[in-house]
Design a protein around this ligand. Structure first.
Ligand code: CP
Length: 335
């Protein structure tokens, strides 16, 4: 089914608003976007910061559907907060058992229904490709809030936004992406997102069983991004500016015995971080389990709670852009 045609007043080339490349667009992978698209998103997110505790009626005629077939705290609730701060109404569910899928309805029919009620569908599902499948069915835009081990594009958006806020830039920094690079969709999307910028170097740090998947390595090579795979964060601690830690995705292991082999394989402690640069920051998409020592939470290194909080302004910006809010008229923002 064709996507609904959005009709912005001008600057439209071949159905795409050149001032707003997000307008009416599905958000399936971070690689659907360019660097300049993300820079626009970050500018809008900056403008949303002052409404994160108040309200701006940019989307009061819109309904946002949150279709969460997998557990979530941050993504679902920050999307819901973002939508409500923008004046939109929110419908949805947070468990398969709460839907008619539990009675045997298929995913396609569920998406058709949500599409007929709402103006945008935010979907999380355990199957890779579920968001893309939904986007092929829905006329309205679909935003991927995580599909299996594959993509988590809005997480990558807020991750990059956080780096930009902390360092004033994304380019030229040395990154370590630490942990489960095999099953972790947030880690994978973060790595892909960095390829849109110019990192000095990316260290991929994981136990051998949890190395980044071949397609990710291939993509880094194709893009000519400087990277190196290493087994332990101790090997690179003195070189890095940003440490992006992820938990081991226990729920995605096909074989529980395989999980037992890597359980507790790495742990970030304050003593380790003290060996790094003074300005080193630790990001984590959360939830964290035991891979970061609690003592790190209160230290100058921890940026993960600020990062999670940034989910609201970044998702406010994304919903506004995708749904064509009047950002110029109401906020004086030049797109
Ligand atoms: N980062 C993230 O996706 O967290 P939730 O699973 O809580 O949404």
């Amino acid at each position: 089914m064709a996507k609904r045609v959005y009709r912005p007043p001008h600057n439209v080339v071949a159905g795409r608003d050149m001032r707003n490349p997000f307008l009416g667009k599905d958000v399936i992978s971070i690689l659907d976007f360019s660097r300049s698209d993300l820079e626009l998103l970050f500018r809008v997110a900056d403008a949303m910061q002052k409404f994160r505790r108040s309200k701006i009626d940019l989307l009061s005629d819109k309904v946002v559907a949150l279709a969460f077939f997998e557990p979530s705290t941050r993504t679902r609730l920050s999307f819901e907060t973002a939508a409500k701060r923008l004046g939109a109404n929110v419908i949805g569910f947070s468990a398969v058992e709460a839907t008619s899928i539990a009675k045997g309805e298929n995913l396609a029919d569920t998406i058709r229904m949500l599409d007929s009620y709402a103006d945008v569908i935010v979907i999380r599902h355990r199957f890779e490709g579920a968001a893309k499948f939904a986007a092929e069915i829905a006329e309205n835009p679909v935003i991927n809030a995580g599909d299996g081990k594959q993509h988590h594009p809005t997480q990558a958006m807020l991750d990059l936004y956080t780096v930009r806020s902390l360092f004033g830039r994304i380019d030229g920094l040395t990154y370590a992406v630490v942990g489960d690079l095999r099953y972790g969709r947030a880690a994978t999307s973060f790595i892909y997102a960095l390829t849109l910028f110019e990192p000095r170097k990316i260290f991929l740090v994981s136990p051998p069983l949890l190395k980044a998947r071949p397609e990710v390595i291939e993509y880094l090579r194709k893009r000519g991004v400087p990277f190196e795979e290493v087994d332990s964060v101790d090997q690179v601690i003195e070189e890095i500016d940003v440490m992006y830690v992820t938990r081991i995705q226990k729920e995605r292991f096909p074989d529980p015995m395989e999980y037992e082999k890597v359980k507790g394989a790495y742990r970030i402690t304050l003593n380790l971080l003290k060996k790094g640069k003074d300005h080193l920051k630790v990001l984590h998409p959360l939830p964290k389990v035991d891979e970061v020592a609690h003592e790190v939470d209160e230290s100058k290194y921890a940026a993960y709670f600020v990062q999670a909080a940034n989910g609201v302004p970044v998702r406010m910006a994304l919903l506004s852009l995708v749904l064509g809010a009047d950002l110029e008229g109401k906020l004086g923002l030049k797109l």
